[in-house]
Write a protein that binds this ligand. Sequence first.
Ligand SMILES: [Zn+2]
Length: 124
Amino acid sequence: MAKETMEGYCPYCGQMQMVEATTEKEANSKAAENCNCDGSKKARSARQCADNIEEICGAGANNFNMEVCDAEVIEALKALGNLVVFDDIESAVIRLADSTVAIKQTKDGVAVARKKALSVKLEA
Ligand SMILES: [Zn+2]
């Protein structure tokens, strides 16, 4: 299907924009992508947050010298990320076996940080 110029409506604020798309759904998601309303900004933050969680806890974790988390843990972190973006949770901190993951509201969105716990104890 060829792309054509059509009306897209931001699903968060209803603002109309002319966009290049093949379906109404694509037009609306492009309108949301271009929109600057609060809802669309939050949706972009939530998506970015999920990508960041995937990056530092999923398959990308090895790049940071961290263990890859279980899929359930990653899903739970993403759910928490959504709560931080859309609700009144300012920050969420989860302790894993080898590290701590913190999801925090920032001025422009949400930040994800993972810290490895390293400690040494010698006893005699
Ligand atoms: Zn909008």
